[in-house]
Design a protein around this ligand. Structure first.
Ligand code: MIC
Ligand code: SF4
Length: 642
């Protein structure tokens, strides 16, 4: 078996390993972060389960860190108290970004992890099966329920050679995005193998696993080998390391080869992570901002390389350089070995250990500015400045360019100074609060910003309404439910957020949806790519959206729609997408019966502007029951999976 098959078969509770079929797996660990966590815990509470049933569940605070009003602090207090009540570890604000901290402190090779964040696959770097999902799926997993997904195809990425100096793991994944696009990993697990793997450390593997999410992959897995063992023992966790490798005769559904020594620095140009070209082709662009950090590139090794490049130099006068360390462990190690002083001396603006500018929590660039970021997403508007052009690059490219003031190819600019990795990092879990053995007496504190979340209802006999908006391909969840410093504080207030639904595409969308009493959304390919945020389903639900008709859907968003009782319909014939216009009247007659028949493979017939159109609703019997029950929450209450 390959690694993915070993991980899945070790946790399988339903289905078999044939790609395309429905499987269910047992979840050992869960993680939430604060911008999705508030909703996930409200939903968990609505299920009425006293204590989590996982081996380990952790609630991180890392996204909603700017406290310019009481909302974020109120939500943090809610999460801290609800975590204590239900047996969940609480990672305090300041402890670091969920994926970095989870990898350092909680990852265990061979276990499964479900997280309410699309970059949860980061822990695949340590041989976990780590999957991102909507908050409701994570809430069900905390309650002991299995996680259902489509058995992915397993794609081996066979690595040979070794990275050249000034070329880094970020360039590996950017090259794969260039080759495969943001849709290239859909329905797949990317499993890395070959002799090149051993040349990559766990933090380097984490960068690659993290951005597998941008390929649209279900997850990414790496073997757990000697390099993994070193990572664990340097963090005082040698006892938790186990070996996990593919059998020598393992088979794969697909294979890609990549010679690491052939790679050069790459950059993803605005506004998509797959708009990738070699840095050398576009070098010389004048830059205004450089942001180093995020769950993709904020490890000790990343920041040591940056410190080595910046040592004795100064950030260019027109450039603002920010650095966000991934965790307190990283920041302390940099402080102890003097690298932090080098960064500060060079003129870096050192931010707290959190997502920060990656999710538009501050550091919005100037009008029309060019920003180089070591992050994973450069979707339109995500930086907080719609007119800004964001390029995704490696820490090396970012650091060299920050000094030069222009996008600069680091390979043509010297070589990075070597650095030592501590044999043993200082272990300090003081910012992790363990839950009491019995949480029954804990009072959960709810702030005034927590508003009731919209609940789905069973489908009406006839679904009817207008096509409220017609969108193109690759619409992201940042389009559907934008996130920035002004909106993130309202993640527990869907009625407020809903007014901004799809605003980057059409500022009048929400008002129109309200005036028309809801209706339908028309999308192109890969609708809902990007984040796991359930709010991209909850806001449309609040606005009365009954179904999304698209050419294809991204995995997590599709599941979020079903979980919230919204039909994810696809056009059987692409010409029908071309024919539909905004304002067309759409009617789906006998909706419950058509949903039931869809689970048996029948098409769904709709009338669009008087024409009869065939749509597909590829659902399993379980998804049929969820839709007919009016969403996963109702379904779970009816079928408690203890
Ligand atoms: C992101 O990177 O888009 C986020 C913010 O981490 C999201 C989660 C969210 O929207 O809260 C994700 O990746 O799932
Ligand atoms: Fe945070 Fe950015 Fe990572 Fe999302 S992608 S978890 S916002 S650092």
């Amino acid at each position: 078996m390959n690694i993915a098959q070993k991980l899945i078969s070790g946790h399988l509770v339903h289905g078999d390993l044939t790609p395309g079929g429905e499987i269910a797996i047992r979840i050992d660990q869960t993680l939430t972060q604060d911008s999705t966590g508030t909703m996930a815990y409200l939903q968990f509470e609505a299920m009425g389960i006293e204590r989590v049933k996982t081996k380990r569940s952790v609630a991180y605070i890392d996204h909603n860190m700017l406290q310019s009003g009481s909302e974020n602090a109120d939500d943090h207090r809610y999460i801290q108290t609800v975590a204590a009540k239900h047996g969940i570890v609480f990672s305090r604000p300041g402890n670091g970004i969920c994926h970095q901290v989870h990898l350092e402190r909680f990852s265990i090779p061979g276990q499964t992890l479900l997280g309410s964040d699309s970059h949860t696959p980061t822990c695949g770097a340590a041989g976990m099966l780590a999957i991102g999902a909507g908050g409701l799926d994570v809430a069900v997993a905390m309650g002991g329920g299995a996680y259902y997904l489509t058995m992915p195809r397993i794609c081996r990425v066979y690595l040979t050679g070794e990275l050249n100096r000034m070329v880094s793991a970020k360039d590996v994944i950017l090259e794969l995005l260039r080759r495969l696009s943001v849709k290239g990993g859909m329905g797949k697990i990317m499993e890395y193998g070959g002799p090149g793997v051993k040349t990559l450390s766990v933090p380097e593997r984490a960068t690659i696993a993290n951005m597998g999410a941008e390929l649209g992959a279900t997850t990414t897995v790496f073997p757990s080998d000697e390099r993994t063992r070193d990572f664990f023992s340097a963090r005082g966790r040698a006892g938790q390391w186990v070996r996990l490798e593919a059998d020598p005769d393992a088979e794969y559904d697909e294979e890609i080869e990549l010679d690491l020594s052939s790679l050069h620095p790459m950059a993803a140009q605005p506004h998509s992570p797959d708009n990738v070209v070699p840095v050398s082709e576009i070098a010389g662009i004048k830059i205004d901002q450089v942001c180093i950090g995020s769950c993709t590139n904020s490890s000790f090794c990343d920041l040591m390389r940056v410190a080595g490049i910046l040592d004795g130099k100064r950030v260019a006068p027109d450039v603002s350089l920010t650095i966000s360390p991934g965790s307190r462990q990283v920041l302390k190690a940099l402080a102890k070995n003097g690298a932090l002083a080098k960064l500060v001396t060079a003129g870096a603006r050192v931010l707290e250990c959190a997502c920060g500018p990656c999710i538009g929590m501050g550091q919005a660039p100037a009008t029309n500015a060019i920003s180089l970021r070591t992050f994973n997403r450069n979707f339109y508007g995500r930086s907080g400045t719609p007119s800004a052009g964001v390029y995704l690059v490696s820490p090396e490219t970012a650091a060299v360019s920050a000094v030069e003031g222009y996008l600069t190819d680091p390979e043509r600019h010297g070589t990075e100074p070597p650095y030592d990795v501590p044999e043993r990092f200082e272990i300090d879990d003081g910012m992790l609060i363990m839950p009491p053995a019995d949480g029954r007496n804990v009072d959960v504190v709810r702030g005034p910003n927590i508003k009731p979340f919209p609940r789905a209802v069973p489908p009406a006999e006839t679904m009817s309404g207008e096509a409220l908006i017609k969108l193109g391909d690759n619409i992201t969840t940042d389009h559907i439910m934008p996130s920035n410093a002004k909106l993130l504080p309202f993640r527990s207030n869907v009625p407020y957020l809903a007014d901004f639904c799809l605003s980057p595409c059409d500022p009048d969308f929400a008002a129109r949806a309200k005036a028309k009493n809801g209706g339908f959304i028309i999308g192109g390919e890969n609708y809902g790519q990007g984040s796991s945020r359930e709010h991209a389903a909850l806001a449309p639900l609040y606005l009365g959206v009954k179904a999304v008709l698209a050419k294809s859907f991204a995995r997590i968003h599709r599941a979020n729609l079903i979980n919230n009782g919204i039909l994810p319909l696809t056009f059987a014939d692409a010409a029908d997408y071309d024919a539909v216009s905004e304002g067309d009247e759409i009617v789906i007659a006998e909706a419950p019966a058509q949903i039931a028949a869809a689970a048996e493979g029948a098409a769904v017939t709709a009338s669009i502007a008087g024409r009869e159109v065939e749509l597909r609703l590829d659902i399993t019997p379980r998804q049929r029951d969820i839709l007919l029950a009016g969403g996963l929450l109702n379904y779970t209450r009816e079928h408690r999976e203890d």
